[in-house]
Design a protein around this ligand. Structure first.
Ligand code: FES
Length: 458
């Protein structure tokens, strides 16, 4: 199922790594975060090569809804309470600056990528209290935000928070142009990283700095990202014939939806769930795509689905991304992961922070994003939930499956995979790796295909 962005963009192919080399920086992953990091490093006079296992933009960048926004659901009121006003202001400032930087680059390089400035809204049909608090917190941190009750959606809302000067664009056309300025090797899967050696099937790169920007880091130790991140899937349907809002919308209620205009289409999103927990799919309830389609028909009678696709997002324990040093035990390693649903602004924030760190420049906002930041009460609670899911997935490894069932175990750490009938994939409930029907790897952190085995004893 192709996204609307893949439908009209063909990024030029690149060569694979030609053999061993030595460079100051290796960036693993040619999505938005990796390409932008390499671009800013080059601007700073530092050579970086990007190694991509597949093709440029073939990971999660192609599946986004491409909202460039500092509005990351309900976050600012919580951030102030968790980290204090100064740190929360760094988060807000870095994301607002990211929006401005996209605009600057797009204008300077004349990138034809449907960049449109527009407001972003959070809405609720249930109540106003959380929205009012969020509007106040965002405003206190310097964001142009306001609470209101008016919006363009085809149903009544209790209230909205409106952020001004946000934007939307075509992520692959932007990526295509930016990648032209960067040294990228495709079809070059990184197999192993040890100290200053990055090993691929095509050769070994010796480097001072390695940036892990390929979604979920595949190295388990040090870093332990598997213990403090999980993945979520969410779904999008592109509707023709729906009324198109000027603003971008996100519902904060349990069944809240995402709305965003894209040309003559409405992108309607929702149905998020932890990867590998497939209740609500065809096996156990309404198909998530069908849920979106039926909401679309109900809200916009006569509309027609022209495309649908899904996204996979890395979620952290406290809801903030991990950007910075990979681990205290690996001084030359860096990471950009855990972007949640906010990959566009966070990719830009990552690129700016990592360029500063590698270049030895001061970067006060880096602390709030640091993977080594202090552990909050919320993070502790999430850790317990995450640990329970992992323990359950691992325990199933040792249980016999049903009589005729053929359910593989995950090659990452051995959890029992779950069959996802909606997308016809095997999904891991522990850390979110995914495999197709034949066991070929779709999403990491697993590095290899899974072995299908027959538990029926036949
Ligand atoms: Fe970690 Fe499957 S992704 S065990």
């Amino acid at each position: 199922m192709e996204s609307v962005w893949m439908n009209d963009t063909e990024i030029r192919k690149r060569e694979a790594l030609p053999g061993d080399m030595e460079v100051p920086v290796v960036v693993i992953g040619a999505g938005l975060a990796g390409i932008l990091t390499a671009y800013y490093l080059k601007q700073a006079g530092i050579r970086a090569v990007v190694l991509e296992a597949d093709r440029i933009g073939s990971g999660q960048t192609k599946n986004t809804t491409a909202k460039i926004t500092s509005q990351h659901n309900l976050i600012y009121d919580r951030l102030i309470r968790m980290f204090g006003r100064r740190m929360a202001a760094y988060y807000a400032g870095a994301n607002e600056a990211a929006i401005g930087e996209y605009e600057r680059l797009i204008l300077e390089k004349r990138i034809d990528c449907d960049f449109v400035k527009c407001p972003a809204y959070l809405y609720s049909q249930a109540g106003t209290e959380l929205l009012k608090r969020e509007a106040e917190a965002a405003e206190a941190l310097g964001i142009k935000a306001s609470f209101g009750t008016e919006c363009e959606l085809p149903f009544t809302v209790a209230g909205v928070v409106r952020f001004e000067n946000q934007a939307r664009f075509h992520p692959l056309r932007f990526l295509e142009k930016m990648a032209e300025e960067v040294e990228v090797y495709e079809q070059t899967k990184v197999l192993k990283v040890t100290g200053k050696r990055v090993e691929t099937a095509r050769g070994c790169v010796t480097t001072e700095h390695t940036v892990f920007a390929a979604h979920f880091p595949f190295i388990n130790v040090p870093g332990y990202y598997f213990a403090r991140m999980y993945q979520e899937r969410s779904y999008v349907t592109a509707l023709e014939g729906a009324k198109l809002p000027e603003g971008m919308y996100l519902g904060i209620d349990r069944e809240g939806l995402s709305f965003r205009t894209c040309g003559n289409l409405l992108l309607l999103g929702g149905g998020s769930h932890r990867t590998g927990i497939n209740h609500g799919s065809r096996a156990g309830g309404e198909c998530r795509y069908e849920m979106l389609r039926s909401r679309g028909r109900e809200l916009y009678p006569g509309c027609r689905e022209v495309l649908r696709w899904s996204a996979q997002d890395c979620m952290t324990l406290d809801g903030l991304p991990y950007i910075g040093r990979f681990s205290r035990r690996r001084p030359g390693w860096y990471v950009a992961t855990g972007f949640g649903k906010w990959g566009m602004t966070t990719a830009m924030v990552s690129a700016r922070i990592l360029t500063a760190l590698i270049g030895g420049r001061d970067c006060p906002e880096a602390d709030i994003f640091s993977p080594q930041r202090h552990f909050t009460v919320q993070a502790a609670r999430e850790l317990a939930v995450h640990g329970a899911h992992t323990a359950k997935g691992l325990a199933k490894h040792f249980l016999p499956a049903g009589n005729r069932e053929i359910i593989p175990n995950c090659p990452h750490m051995g959890c029992r995979l779950e069959w996802n009938p909606e997308e016809e994939s095997y999904d891991c409930p522990c850390h979110g790796s995914r495999f197709d029907r034949e066991g070929h790897l779709i999403d990491g952190p697993a590095q290899t295909d899974c072995e299908r085995h027959d538990n029926s004893g036949v």
